[in-house]
Each structure stands twice: as structure tokens, then as C-alpha cells.
Design a protein around this ligand. Structure first.
Ligand SMILES: Cc1ncc(COP(=O)(O)O)c(C=O)c1O
Length: 443
């Protein structure tokens, strides 16, 4: 019974496994991706800044992605909360529409002057599905060229109907497209990120049959400017739309999508995740000639009209700008990378550090990295730190918390080095080895 387990994470997790297939609604929150066996806290009771309290009231500092990358201002930001509570008090849902939809549209277009129109959803994946529908409606073509991760919907997962390996470099190896209509086979065509060979052999050849070229403008690294210029040229020549998925890359280095810093303007861009600092919100921005198809095809959902999402997105964007948050996230991201680099050097370990500064990740080059990262998470947890091989910098990663993280990294990397050399790493695990998760590879 829930009430018997509600303060015991391990038991609640076991109970949940029988009630909720997969335990979490998000792949990336499965406890097996951190620490299988029940030690990972799995459920939270409350959170503030980067502090998270488990259901047993133990307090942790979050040095993972902080809410899967949704909450760059920190959890439960007072300004966002105030706006959310106010929206609830004035009725979150209504027969009429929230005027904040209009204020947000104005803001988004001001920040991205190439765009003329805006539509809203509440999650990233559905926002991407809307963008794909609009692209297909615009030029009456079915096929899509894509690179990167864009959500769980049929249009995307259908990539694995043709070959089960299609999504290996974009998301995860071995994804079964079970339940996806087989008739979608061949409707989406993968290409490698920043890869000129695929640009010539795949994109140039297929673009004229495709509704859109869809990509994350930044994966583990930024693409070269030459690559983007060429991609845009091909898209324009073939009347194929260029869509940037900014769900993870947006609002990280500046108060806008990262494409504004790259200086390449797409036909549509999609935002989600952190656009309202942990409040469900998604936005599709684009050129009028494309976006106007939103009234020709059928795009409609009740909760795309609630008030909390757009109100908090407006507040988030204003606060982001006020704080110059992009610069701060870059600075803190650099500090986190330095911590990993120094700790590895002190421990005589070879390290690979990836990602732009606010979206950083690391890998120690040891033969059994899966044991190494499981051990790292296990030992970090003992120090009351939620950790993984990926850390998204956060406004609330204070100097004090970074110092604590640095000391912990130093100590644990040294232990890994010692255990690795003495072949004791596997035996030092107090539970099963973690499942390896999402890949944000460079190709
Ligand atoms: C680039 C990108 N696109 C799409 C999605 C899907 O967003 P959501 O999980 O909100 O559906 C994600 C989520 O991680 C993402 O990073």
C-alpha cells in the first residue's frame, strides 16, 4: 500500500514497479540508469535551488542535469513560483484564453526576429510533432531528414522500422519501434551531425523529396559554421524547411536559441524544457507562410491553453535576460569541467570531457567505465550529492556547493584510480551495475 511505503524509497520503488510499467514516465528518470538495487532516492518530497529532499527527508545537492535540464534558475524559483501561483489564483484554465500567450509570442519573436508566428504545446516531443506536421502541411511532402533526438512520437521512432540501428547514434541502441505503424517505414532519413559526407551523399540527394531537415543545432559540440551555411543553402534551394530543435540547447548560452549565436536562421525552431524553468511549456516559432498551416491542418489540445505555462515562460525569459543567465551558466559550466579535469589529473586518470560548457559530460578512459560510473554515483550519494556523468550548470550551483563537489570528485576519482589498478572496482559496487543511458554523440 502506498501509505505504508511513502517514506521508504526502496519499498515504494518495488511497489511502483508492479503498478507503473517502467516506474517513471521518463526514460531518463529510471533509477536503473543511476543506481539499480534500491539505493538511488528515486522519489523526492521537495526541492529548492539545487537542494533535493528525498521522501525519507534526506537532503542532497543536485549535480546531475537538475530536473533533466528543465530548471536552470534552480528548483522552485521564487519569481517563477509567484507567477505560477498568481496564474492559479486567477484560474489556470478557462473558457477564454490566457493573454500571456500574446505577451510570450511578442517576446519570442523579438528575440528571434527571423520568426513571425508562434504556436504552443506543453512538452518537447509534442512540440516537435507539431513542427513536423506544419512542415509536411507546408510543402506537401512526407519524408523528413533528421539528426539528433526529437521525442517519442511515431514520426521519430519510425526511423527504426527500416533498420533497428538507425537511432543508435541519435538516441539509444536497440530501440524497438513496436506499436509504430509499419507503413511509416522509410519516412524519416537519419544523417550524422556536422558530417560533410552525409551532407553530400544523403542531404543533397534527398532534400528535394523531403518536407524538412530537422536537427539539434548543438549536440555534444557546435557544428561548424561552414556546415550550417551549406545545409541552409541546400534547404533553401530545394524548398525544404530547416527546423532547429532547441529543446535542450535553448536558453543555455544566451537569452534565446543557440542558433542566434551561430547566426544561421531556420524556418522553424522549437523550445521546451527550460523555457519556463520547470513548468510544462513548449513553443514552436517560425515563418508566417509555414505557421499559418496551423489553421489548415488540425492542431488543438485543451491544455495547450492553460495559463501557468505561458505566464511562467514570460517571467523566465525576462529574468534570464535580467540576470544575463547565459553568461553565468557558461562560467559555471567551465568550472565544472575544470573540476573533472583537475580531479582526473590528480588521480592519474585519462578523461574525456564533452559538451558545450552549460551541458557538460565526462568519461574516464578506464577499461570498465560502466563499473567506474556506477561507483562514482554510489560514492557521491554517500556524500549527499546526486551525480552522474553529466552535469548541466545551474544558477544555483554556488561557489560553496561547487567546492563541495570538487572535494568529492577529487576523492572519488582517486579511489576509482586505486580500485581500477588493484582490480577491485567491480567488487566495490554495493549493488548491480547501472544501465547505460542516452547518448548525445557527436555524430
Ligand atoms: C533535443 C530534444 N528534443 C526533444 C526532446 C523531447 O522533449 P520531451 O521529453 O519534453 O518530450 C528532448 C528531451 O530531452 C530533447 O532534448
Amino acid at each position: 500500500m502506498y501509505k505504508n511505503f511513502k517514506k521508504n524509497s526502496k519499498k515504494l520503488q518495488q511497489y511502483a514497479a508492479n503498478l507503473i510499467p517502467g516506474t517513471s514516465q521518463l526514460f531518463g528518470k529510471k533509477p536503473e540508469l543511476y543506481l539499480p538495487g534500491g539505493k538511488w532516492p528515486t522519489y523526492y518530497s521537495k526541492a529548492k535551488g539545487i537542494n533535493v529532499w528525498g521522501i525519507d527527508n534526506k537532503k542532497y545537492s543536485d549535480f546531475t542535469m537538475v530536473g533533466i535540464g528543465t530548471s536552470v534558475l534552480g528548483y522552485s524559483d521564487p519569481d517563477i513560483n509567484k507567477v505560477a501561483i498568481d496564474a492559479i489564483k486567477r484560474s489556470s484554465m478557462n473558457t477564454l484564453n490566457p493573454p500571456e500567450d500574446v505577451e510570450l509570442a511578442e517576446l519570442l519573436i523579438k528575440l528571434h526576429p527571423w520568426a513571425e508566428n508562434v504556436r504552443y504545446c506543453r512538452t518537447g516531443g509534442e512540440s516537435m510533432s507539431v513542427a513536423i506536421r506544419l512542415a509536411r502541411a507546408y510543402n506537401n511532402r512526407d519524408k523528413i531528414l533528421f539528426c539528433g533526438y526529437h521525442g517519442w512520437h511515431d514520426w521519430y521512432l519510425s526511423a527504426n522500422l527500416k533498420s533497428k540501428k538507425s537511432l543508435n547514434p541519435h538516441l539509444l541502441p536497440g530501440l524497438e519501434p513496436i506499436g509504430v505503424p509499419k507503413s511509416l517505414k522509410g519516412s524519416v532519413i537519419p544523417f550524422r551531425f556536422n558530417n560533410f559526407e552525409d551532407l553530400e551523399k544523403i542531404i543533397k540527394k534527398k532534400a528535394k523529396y523531403c518536407a524538412a531537415i530537422v536537427m539539434e543545432p548543438c549536440r555534444e559540440k557546435l557544428p561548424s559554421k561552414d556546415y550550417l551555411i551549406e545545409l541552409k543553402k541546400i534547404a533553401t534551394k530545394n524548398n525544404t524547411l530547416l527546423i532547429f530543435d532547441e529543446i535542450t540547447s535553448g536558453w543555455r548560452v544566451d537569452t534565446c536559441g543557440i542558433h542566434m549565436n551561430l547566426g544561421i536562421y531556420p524556418d522553424m525552431a522549437v523550445f521546451g524544457k527550460t523555457i519556463a524553468n520547470g513548468i510544462a511549456m513548449g513553443a514552436i516559432i517560425g515563418k508566417k507562410k509555414i505557421m499559418k498551416n496551423a489553421t489548415k491542418t488540425f492542431l488543438s489540445s485543451a491544455f495547450w491553453t492553460e495559463r501557468i505555462g505561458p505566464s511562467c515562460a514570460v517571467e523566465f525569459i525576462k529574468k534570464h535576460k535580467r540576470l544575463n543567465l547565459g553568461q553565468k551558466l557558461v562560467k559555471k559550466g567551465k568550472q565544472i569541467k575544470e573540476i573533472w579535469k583537475d580531479s582526473a589529473k590528480n588521480a592519474n586518470l585519462d578523461i574525456e570531457i564533452n559538451g558545450i560548457d552549460p551541458l557538460a559530460s565526462f568519461k574516464l578512459n578506464i577499461p570498465d567505465w560502466n563499473f567506474g560510473i556506477t561507483y562514482f554515483i554510489q560514492e557521491m550519494l554517500k556524500k549527499k550529492i546526486l551525480a552522474s556523468d553529466r552535469c548541466y550548470s545551474n544558477y544555483k550551483h554556488s561557489d560553496k556547493s561547487l567546492k563541495k563537489y570538487k572535494e568529492a570528485c577529487n576523492e572519488i576519482f582517486s579511489k576509482i584510480s586505486f580500485l581500477q589498478k588493484s582490480r577491485k572496482l567491480k567488487n566495490s559496487l554495493e549493488g548491480p551495475v547501472k544501465q547505460m543511458g542516452f547518448k548525445r554523440l557527436t555524430n
